[in-house]
Design a protein around this ligand. Structure first.
Ligand code: CDP
Ligand code: MG
Length: 690
């Protein structure tokens, strides 16, 4: 790319290789079809153009013949949207629902929306979706898209999945924790439910391994429609991939022929940053360059905004999709000709020794890099710009991503399996077993939470906890609220914690106002959990007013979601027979309930203003956004750790150390909470009295 660029900075790429497309018989025809004609066609005709269509009958025949089939096909070949419809057309839904699992919420929702459109039915009727805290299905539903985690939870109510005639575990190559557990469970029920059909579909070539696992199930290959992709690498490593991505977007935009751009970023924050900078830069250029339509897509993006990425780009302008890993295989966006791959993704890692889980930005694998590149060659020859060198690609990237089961906290899964009556976890039929250290840690943690007894059996508390679709620590906090008679407050706090970090907003031009509004909820230095409760209760008092949210710099959408979650938690309270009662004036009671769930997350102030986690000592800090960031109480409990420039505790509440011994006597002894040794603070550093 030697064309003069409107900005000073520019990135030098070297063309390195071409990933050859597998030839599809219809390639030439496909190319000559006028784009406008395609638009005019009915959706039904469009279905027939998908690569999978030619294999419809053959596939149905195979499903009829075999109980388990592994399906492999290039992303965009029509697996997710078409196979459930074929099965429906062939009469499978007359015997039970067809369910198709997705690792991601956004994919489940958007694919269900697409299929309901294709079938001409209302979303939630014949075609629906179910994701955590949102069930968009009805009595009528025959085709159901859901997250793998939700199907896992359905086993709790219906261990043989009697309501389903076909289970399709889609995007199996992603190897999420829930998918891996589902593998074991569906393999098991297939043995005593010969009428149940099982389809495992994958976008990559790990099919042999999956087939082996499912007792040599036949592999059905769908040849993809794929054009060659030119791969370009940077000449030298890039120091700042965000910056490099922005420069490359603009570089493509001004120098390359029409075609949309897909950029892979690691998360919402990055996407928002790039979105903002791009808007700023292109605004500055006015009419000097053609219009650039910026479309973000990530898991928490509100549904109504998600549809935007599928809209066709008006002539003369160019679309740039800023996506997380979701666009790697889960979602197919037509019209992409250029892919920008910075080479990173956010990945969960877990240290079973310390029990700490963190979401870290890591280099992707070679398999991911190739998937990403492939996104540009779906409708014609494409180009992929890798923001790393070919040396990096060859020498630094792993071949495949490690399955989630080997790098995550397993407490949740162990609790689910135990509730399903699966006790012998060591001999559970894992495709890739988790490290035994991690299994042990999970058992230990559940024991400390009183969810399991010393023989590893589920207790009454454990059974109640398993009813909640939440992390064990959150469900324990809710179950414990019964004892402290503050279930109303604790449910609100749990709901607010569940929506993550998107409650307050801080517009650039009104930061002071926004910060002041936020501080109001912290009056009395109550800590972040109680502040969240204050936000929720104040909103409830205004009868859930939108205006109130605006005035207080609070995201109304997040609040509505918190309310939905809370409604569902309240419904579950009835199931576990916990009375909903309020104890708003007794903050200690509420904090004790929180501690009952989160006592693992305790930390003690050090002389230098940092904190030390009590068990498995680690140095951590209070996140600057916390209401306690200036106060530095001697003992705190935190909701989660986030690693940015430092290891930060987010959502922090002050704690009395004796509570730890009182609430978790089998986990803490008096010596752990002995306060000697951290008495003196440097001058000028405030400290809350206990
Ligand atoms: O699952 P697979 O990657 O094989 O393909 P798919 O998700 O079934 O997508 C097939 C086609 O459906 C895509 O090429 C898109 O044209 C279309 N589609 C869409 O328009 N909107 C969606 N939400 C999903 C798919
Ligand atoms: Mg798919």
């Amino acid at each position: 790319m030697n064309t003069r660029f409107v900005f000073d900075d520019q990135i030098d790429f070297v063309k390195s290789s071409v990933i050859e497309g597998t030839q599809f018989e219809d390639d030439s025809d496909q190319e000559t079809i006028d784009a406008k004609d395609i638009l005019k066609r009915e959706l039904q005709d469009e279905r027939k153009t998908l690569p999978i269509y030619k294999f419809r009958d053959e596939l149905l025949k195979a499903v009829d013949e075999y109980q388990v089939i592994v399906i492999v096909g290039e992303t965009g070949s029509g697996k997710t949207t078409q196979i459930p419809q074929y099965l429906h057309e062939a009469g499978y839904t007359a015997r039970g629902k067809v369910v198709c699992t997705q690792p991601r919420r956004v994919a489940a929702m958007s694919v269900a929306a697409r299929v309901s459109q294709e079938m001409g039915v209302k979303l939630g009727h014949e075609v629906g979706y179910s994701i955590r805290f949102e069930d968009c299905t009805s009595e009528k539903t025959m085709i159901k898209y859901m997250t793998d985690g939700m199907l896992l939870r359905e086993f709790l109510g219906e261990p043989d999945l009697a309501g389903y005639s076909v289970v399709m575990v889609d995007e199996a190559h992603e190897r999420t924790l829930s998918t891996d557990i589902l593998f074991g469970l569906v393999k098991d029920i297939a043995r005593f439910r010969p009428d149940l059909k099982l389809l495992i579909s994958s976008a990559t070539l790990d099919a042999e391994k999956i087939s082996d696992y499912f007792d040599s199930a036949p592999i059905f290959k769908i040849p993809g429609r794929r054009y060659p992709v030119e791969v370009h690498y940077t000449k030298a490593p890039e120091a700042d991939y965000i910056d490099a991505a922005i420069v490359t977007i603009l570089q493509i935009h001004v120098t390359q022929p029409p075609g949309d751009i897909l950029v892979f970023l690691t998360g919402q924050e990055e996407i928002e940053t790039v979105d903002e900078i791009l808007k700023h830069k292109t605004r500055g250029l006015g009419t000097k360059i053609p219009e650039l339509n910026i479309c973000p897509i990530y898991a928490n993006l509100p549904t109504e905004l998600q549809a935007k990425i599928f809209e066709t780009t008006p002539e003369g302008s160019r679309k740039v999709v800023l996506a997380t890993n979701i666009a790697e295989t889960s979602l197919t966006i037509d019209g992409i000709k250029y892919v920008i791959d910075p080479g990173f993704c956010k990945i969960k890692s877990y240290n079973p020794r310390t029990g700490m889980e963190s979401l870290l930005i890591n280099p992707i694998s070679k398999a991911s890099a190739n998937q990403r590149a492939g996104r540009s060659g779906r409708t014609g020859p494409g180009k992929c710009f890798r923001l790393y060198t070919s040396y990096n690609y060859m020498h630094d990237l792993e071949d495949n991503t490690v399955p989630e089961i080997q790098r995550t906290n397993l407490a949740n899964v162990v609790l689910t399996l135990k509730s399903l009556g699966i006790h012998d976890l060591v001999n559970f039929d894992f495709m890739d077993p988790p490290p035994s250290e991690a299994l042990l840690k999970a058992l230990e943690q559940l024991f400390a939470l009183s969810a399991l007894n010393s023989r590893g059996e589920l207790t009454k508390t454990g059974r109640r906890m398993a009813e909640f679709p939440l992390d064990p620590m959150l469900s324990k906090m809710i179950v414990a609220s019964e004892k402290y008679k503050c279930s109303d407050e604790v449910m609100s706090i749990a709901s607010m914690l569940s929506i993550g970090n998107s409650i307050f907003y801080r517009p650039k031009d009104k930061q002071v106002h926004a910060d002041n509004a936020r501080l109001n909820f912290h009056t009395g230095n109550v800590g972040d959990h109680i502040a969240l409760l204050n936000v929720y209760n104040s909103w409830r008092e205004t009868d859930f007013s939108t205006q109130w949210c605006y005035e207080n710099y609070i995201q109304v959408r997040s609040m509505k979601r918190a309310r939905d979650i809370r409604d569902q938690l309240e419904g579950l309270m009835e199931r576990v027979e916990i009375e909903v009662c309020s104890n708003a004036s007794d903050l200690d009671a509420i904090k004790k309930a929180i501690t009952s769930g989160f006592f693992h997350h305790s930390a003690r102030l050090q002389k230098n203003g940092s904190y030390r986690t009590v068990k498995n000592p680690q140095t951590v800090f209070i996140h600057p956004s916390s209401g306690l960031a200036q106060l530095l109480p001697r003992w705190v409990i935190y909701h989660e750790l986030v690693l940015t420039t430092k290891e930060y505790m987010r959502q922090v509440t002050e704690l009395k150390p004796e509570w730890l011994v009182e609430i978790a006597p089998h986990y803490y002894q008096l010596k752990d909470v002995d306060d000697a040794g951290s008495k003196k603070l440097p001058k000028g550093q405030g400290r809350a009295a206990l």
